[in-house]
Write a protein that binds this ligand. Structure first.
Ligand code: G3H
Length: 199
């Protein structure tokens, strides 16, 4: 009966400005998501009488937008540095258009190989996949249900791992804002996947 839920943080101030990275707070819309999340999640938790059949815990990154997004969830919380968003290094706080204009060769290199491209002084998707290893080990060992409130690149990597997506496809997976992705282990070892809009 154990489940794993993946959700991105609500819309952040940086999201509204098209800026990459940073550590901004939620926008008004993002806070609406944070307030709607508990009910959306509660609908998905198998209950026995009044209590969850399997205890639930919430894992966030150490960045404000995930901590704020999880702030209304009535479950124990754990912060993981390993769940922080892909680090854009020198381009942290830029827009994609700024990168394309000021460093077209970097922009192009990322387009050509988004999986292996490492931002100057930052990370690649492969780096992120590697640093998530302890999180995945803990998730697989864990018997409780876990709701991960994370970031786009990190959730692409986690979803990709659990849904056995080829590495090459991980950096372009669709992980929209304001949705829950529900993963439930099946007897054959694969995961049943459901996507639930949160509003
Ligand atoms: O801020 C970073 C984004 O969430 C990652 O998106 O890898 O598609 O540029 P991207």
């Amino acid at each position: 009966k154990r489940k794993i839920w993946l959700t991105r943080h609500g819309e952040s101030i940086f999201n509204t400005q098209g800026l990459i990275g940073g550590d901004s707070s939620l926008s008004e819309k993002g806070w609406d998501f944070a307030r709607a999340l508990p009910e959306a999640l509660l609908h998905r938790i198998p209950m026995t009488s009044e209590a969850p059949a399997v205890p639930v815990s919430v894992w966030t990154s150490t960045l404000k937008r995930t901590i704020e997004s999880a702030s209304h969830l009535p479950f124990p919380k754990l912060r993981w540095k390993a769940l922080d968003e892909i680090h854009a290094g020198s381009y942290d706080g830029c827009t994609y258009a700024q990168i394309a204009n000021t460093s077209p060769e970097e922009y192009q290199a990322r387009q050509m190989d988004k999986l292996r491209y490492r931002y100057p002084a930052g990370e690649s998707y492969l780096d992120v996949i590697q640093r998530l290893e302890p999180v995945i080990i803990e998730l697989e060992r864990e018997k409780e249900s876990v709701c991960i409130v994370g970031h786009q690149a990190v959730l692409r990597a986690l979803y990709g791992y659990f849904a056995a997506v080829p590495l090459q496809d991980i950096p372009t997976l669709e992980v929209p804002l304001h949705h829950l992705i529900e993963l439930q282990p099946k007897a054959d070892g694969t995961m049943q996947v459901e996507r639930i809009p949160v509003h």
